[in-house]
Design a protein. Structure first.
Ligand SMILES: [Zn+2]
Length: 108
């Protein structure tokens, strides 16, 4: 299997688009409880949500249980160690999608 390590990790502007193009292999049922004061200080309670393949990269999405902000990490090197020419550190943070209340989850 050929995996292009560079230039494939750009995220679509909306979470909907990312999920639509993702082959999901694992999904946890999460229930957001509503925004909490802690999120205002950028302290999200992130819970593992979705793992899957997007653009030949393994991504892991974690969602804040309070405000539904979604963190996207590239975990390709964690899940497939043979793909690891140590270009970047493993578990690479790719970006965030804001909570559902703010403009429909825009890529930050
Ligand atoms: Zn939050």
């Amino acid at each position: 299997m050929q995996i292009n390590l560079r230039g494939t990790t750009a995220l679509p502007p909306r979470l909907d688009a990312l999920l639509a193009g993702m082959r999901v292999t694992e999904r946890q049922q999460l229930v957001a409880l509503g925004a909490a004061a802690s999120c205002a200080a950028d302290e999200h309670r992130l819970a593992r949500w979705i793992t899957g393949v997007y653009n030949a990269r393994w991504l892991r999405l974690a969602m804040c249980l309070d405000c539904e902000t979604v963190e996207v990490r590239d975990v390709t090197r964690e899940l497939i160690p043979t793909v690891s020419p140590s270009v970047n550190s493993p578990d690479e943070l790719l970006g965030w999608y804001s909570g559902s209340r703010v403009n429909g989850r825009t890529h930050l």
